[in-house]
Design a protein. Structure first.
Length: 131
C-alpha cells in the first residue's frame, strides 16, 4: 500500500491469521463472482485514556465501490457494537483514497469526519460525552 515500503506477504498473512482467530478482531470481504470490491480488517484495542473502553480501529479498509464500502463499514460497526467495551470506531484514511468516494462512503455509513479520521461513537456514549 505504500510505494516506498516493500510488502512482506508472510507478515501480512500472519496478521490476517491472527485477526481471523481472535474474537476481538474482524475480517470482512465484499466479493462478487471472484472480484474483490472491498475489505475491512481490524480489532478492538484499548483506548489510551481508559482501561475499560475500547476502540475498534481497522488496520485495513479498501473499497472500489461506494455501496460495497458503506455496507462493509456498517457491518464492521455492527460487529464493533457487539463488544460491550467498544466506545468508538475510528477509520484513518490514506491520502491516495478518492476524496469523493471517501466522503460519500463514510457519510452514508453514519460516521463523522475529524481531520483524516472518520469516527463513530457508540450511540448511548454520546449522552455522556464519552468519545
Amino acid at each position: 500500500p505504500y510505494k516506498d515500503i516493500p510488502s512482506d506477504k508472510d507478515a501480512m498473512s500472519g496478521v490476517i491469521r491472527r485477526l481471523i482467530s481472535n474474537q476481538l478482531s474482524c475480517v470482512l470481504v465484499a466479493e462478487l463472482d471472484g472480484k474483490l470490491y472491498g475489505i475491512v480488517m481490524g480489532e478492538a484495542v484499548e483506548l489510551w485514556y481508559s482501561n475499560s473502553k475500547r476502540c475498534a480501529d481497522p488496520a485495513i479498509f479498501y473499497c472500489i465501490d461506494q455501496s460495497a464500502g458503506s455496507d462493509l463499514i456498517k457491518e464492521y460497526l455492527r460487529w464493533a457494537w457487539s463488544i460491550k467495551s467498544v466506545a468508538e470506531v475510528t477509520f484513518s484514511v490514506a491520502s491516495q483514497y478518492d476524496p469523493t468516494l471517501k466522503e460519500d462512503t463514510f457519510h452514508s455509513a453514519g460516521l463523522s469526519e475529524s481531520g483524516q479520521t472518520w469516527i463513530a461513537v457508540r450511540p448511548q456514549e454520546r449522552d455522556y460525552g464519552v468519545a
